[in-house]
Design a binder for this molecule. Structure first.
Ligand SMILES: NC(=O)c1ccc[n+]([C@@H]2O[C@H](COP(=O)([O-])OP(=O)(O)OC[C@H]3O[C@@H](n4cnc5c(N)ncnc54)[C@H](OP(=O)(O)O)[C@@H]3O)[C@@H](O)[C@H]2O)c1
Length: 246
């Protein structure tokens, strides 16, 4: 029998990295959490175990959000588990780097499918199915604003997410649903660290006044606030969470 009283949050891409930290934070705040993943079943199940061991409620749901039916399947599964959905955190994403001249169609298509079409479809489901007064928190990147070489495919999807955030905020405002985005700077996760030399990581870490990489918890704290009642008058914004990397 689904629980219709506890508020429910879907966190896409929550098996590891920033999403896993967000899932833990929201579970700690009393949300029933849907831990979405595409491949990392073991990590997602382990995270659910960790949340439950602390008295929280969570379920792991596999849904490949790059596939056209992924978003609907995810919401169907979330409603079956917890009755209804209050919060959508659109965190799942990929990043590969190459100059535009060397960006092949497969790489471009993967970014468009995972980072743009996927969140578009979860936003569409949320627009139809989120409870009034809910929250949508999208994921951009501080690369939007910096526009560095090799980030072409990635930044195109993230700039589009910032645009969609503003449009959907206007569409859902009358129902008391806020739509915001966070735009992290470099965070120490697999997405950022893979394929980078220690020297390059150190150079990028030096691009903010704190001289360090962000940690997943730096981002999760902001998402936690945006998911809370206290953020109700913040709408259609992109918050750059990057320690001052401008
Ligand atoms: N790390 C950074 O420096 C940084 C900076 C700015 C913005 N961001 C953004 O922050 C978000 C999280 O990044 P992260 O660093 O935590 O990445 P990560 O450590 O690589 O984790 C990515 C997560 O997304 C999931 N995922 C990937 N493709 C998916 C798909 N098709 N369907 C469902 N889930 C999928 C992965 O699940 P599986 O393991 O199951 O595939 C994993 O849980 C992304 O939107 C990223 O663009 C990150």
């Amino acid at each position: 029998m689904p629980d219709t009283h506890t508020k429910t949050a879907i966190v896409t891409g929550a098996s590891r990295g920033i999403g896993a930290e967000i899932a833990k934070a929201l579970a700690g705040d009393g949300f029933a959490v849907v831990v979405n993943y595409a491949h990392s079943a073991d990590k997602a199940e382990a995270l659910v175990g960790e949340i439950e061991a602390k008295g929280g409620r969570a379920v792991a749901l596999r849904a490949d959000l790059a596939a056209p039916d992924g978003a609907k399947a995810l919401f169907d599964g979330a409603e079956a588990a917890f009755g209804s959905v209050d919060i959508l955190v659109n965190n799942a994403g990929i990043m590969q780097l190459a100059p535009i001249a060397e960006t092949g169609d497969a790489m471009l298509d993967a970014h468009l499918a995972t980072n743009l079409a996927g969140p578009f479809r979860t936003m569409r489901e949320a627009a139809k199915r989120l409870k009034d007064g809910g929250r949508i928190i999208n994921f951009s990147s501080s690369v939007v604003g910096l526009y560095q070489p090799t980030y072409g495919a990635y930044v195109a999807t993230k700039a589009a997410i910032e645009a969609l955030t503003k449009v959907l905020a206007k569409e859902l405002g009358p129902r008391g649903i806020t739509v915001n985005a966070v735009a992290p700077g470099p965070v120490a996760t697999e997405l950022f660290l893979s394929d980078k030399s220690e020297e390059l990581v150190a150079r990028i870490a030096g691009m903010n006044p704190f001289g360090r990489l962000g940690e997943p918890v730096d981002i999760a704290r902001v998402v936690r606030f945006l998911a809370s009642e206290d953020s109700g008058w913040i709408n259609a914004q992109t918050i750059r969470v990057n320690g001052g990397m401008v």
